[in-house]
Design a protein around this ligand. Structure first.
Ligand code: C2O
Ligand code: CU
Ligand code: CU
Length: 489
């Protein structure tokens, strides 16, 4: 251990004592993470327009499959007005292009890596064969390429793709390697929900910037992972939506479908409209449509989670503004984006009372219950974050699971840990021994665990045998070994 590490460890022990002393004390702002402040001059909120990522186009199609090609490379992007930020971009943009695919129609995406670092691509929420799932050690080396095959045998849902390189996911995603992947199907099309330019994906991230506009990320000096000071998670002081700081979207006074994604490394959000003139009507979660719409005043969103809502701006008059605010922020991180209502719009969209049917995964049919604990390592030990007391080992399988069987998985936590499972979504059964929470409805692939919480979910994996991950989606925790592997057969 060098002197820096000793100091880091001492710092941690003080922090550790405070965190573990009382449950409430662990996360004064509903966060597990440390704020990193920008050194650049920041714009005032609500002065820049919301960008909407372009749709990726296939380079070739045949009877069953669409073929895409993407190049990962650096590019300069103007994120803060007048400054250039060097991003790692899918096709050189942050966010990357949006995939718009159809349930049942397979795609192949060829990724070429023109970055100077290895990468791995994961389709989060994808029902994907193991060799295309982006295992953290299945890397594309610089100048290399790889084909990822996605059968898309899954229902309509808002997925996203992002980097998954072992020990570097936090910093590589922070530099821009993330994009949307939206799956549509007939069921969703038939409902009459808002479509076209009234169906908008919103990728919410937080970042900190250096004085020259570059991203500020506290990587360790040997490169991998994050410094001890930020091992709880990196929280930025600028909120970006689709890569723009606190943007504005002009809307007509009509219903909009907003596909919310929290692609932040560690920050959690509690999103609400101000003024709260109309409810946030949740129609979908990670794994697609809910059975019935759910009205919320605010929605909670942990890293990795998606929530689809319909907002009826018809409750506002032309000239009004509605601000999306974050109840878990402070100062400018309380602000997210603004909607400016420009005109009355014709609106023949609707939100039916029955959206879909969800087959319940019945826990009484479960063949076993497994417990997975998500906890910090004893003070001063590295790596810092463990699943079941063990650091991730890419050569080890932590659980063997049979395809088609229902299991109950019980996740337990010390601090905030958004737990994500690859391959198939799950259903939340209990939270702290009671029923599921207000944000647990539908098919989930990421579940937000609060400090000292226990959440039970029903899982059932189908189709693909192989090696998959479950992990904490706080990316600093993930990079510091909070992952485990299961093998399906
Ligand atoms: Cu969104 Cu394993 O990741
Ligand atoms: Cu995933
Ligand atoms: Cu965690």
């Amino acid at each position: 251990m060098n002197r820096r590490h000793v100091l880091g460890a001492l710092g941690l022990s003080a922090l550790g004592a405070a965190s573990f002393g009382g449950l409430g004390l662990a996360s004064p702002h509903g966060q597990t993470g440390e704020l990193l402040r920008s050194r650049a001059r920041l714009p005032r909120p609500y002065t820049l327009p919301l960008p909407v990522p372009r749709i990726a186009r296939p380079v070739r199609t045949d009877a069953t499959t669409d073929f895409y090609e993407l190049v990962q490379h650096d590019a300069d992007q103007e994120i803060l007005p007048g400054l250039r930020t060097r991003v790692f971009g899918y096709d050189g943009t942050f966010p990357g292009p949006t995939f718009a695919t159809r349930s049942g129609r397979s795609i192949v995406v060829t990724h070429r890596n023109d970055l100077r670092v290895p990468v791995a691509v994961h389709l989060h929420g994808g029902h994907t064969p193991a060799d295309s799932d982006g295992y953290p050690t299945d890397l594309i080396q610089p100048a290399g390429r790889r084909d990822y095959t996605y059968p898309m045998r899954q229902r309509a849902a808002t997925l996203w793709y992002h980097d998954h390189r072992m020990d570097f996911t936090g910093q590589q995603l922070y530099r821009g390697l993330a994009g949307f992947h939206i799956v549509t199907d007939d069921e969703d099309d038939r409902l009459g929900l808002p479509t076209g330019d009234r169906d908008i994906p919103l990728m919410i991230t937080d970042r900190a910037f250096e004085e020259d506009g570059s991203f500020r990320y506290p990587a360790q000096h040997h490169g991998a992972g994050v410094t001890d000071a930020h091992m709880e998670g990196v929280l930025g002081d600028v909120i970006l939506v689709n890569g723009a700081p606190w943007p504005v979207l002009e809307v007509t006074a009509a219903r909009y479908r907003l596909r919310l994604l929290n692609a932040s490394n560690a920050r959690r959000y509690r999103l609400g409209l101000n003024p709260p003139r109309t409810p946030l009507v949740q129609i979908g979660s990670d794994g697609g449509l809910l059975e019935r719409p759910l009205e919320h005043a605010e929605v909670l969103l942990a890293p990795g989670e998606r929530c689809e809502i319909v907002v009826d701006f018809g409750a506002f008059a032309p000239g009004d503004e509605a601000t999306l605010r974050n109840g878990l922020g402070s100062g400018d991180t309380r602000e997210v984006m603004r909607f400016r209502v420009t005109s009355r719009g014709g609106d023949d969209s609707r939100v039916p009372q029955q959206l879909s049917r969800i087959e319940p995964l019945r826990p009484d049919r479960a063949v076993r219950t497994r417990t997975w604990s998500f906890r910090r390592a004893p003070t001063g030990e590295h790596p810092a974050w463990l699943v079941d007391g063990r650091a991730f080992d890419s050569e080890r399988i932590d659980a063997e699971v049979r395809l088609g069987e229902i299991e109950v998985w019980r996740f337990t936590s010390d601090l905030h840990h958004p737990v994500h499972v690859h391959l198939d979504p799950f259903q939340v059964l209990t939270r702290r021994g009671g029923g599921p929470g207000p944000h647990d409805a539908g098919w989930k692939d990421t579940v937000d665990l609060s400090p000292s919480e226990s959440v039970e979910v029903a899982v059932r994996f189908t189709d693909y045998p192989g090696r998959y991950l479950l992990h904490c989606h706080n990316l600093e925790h993930e990079d510091m070994a909070m992952m485990a592997a299961f093998r399906t057969s």
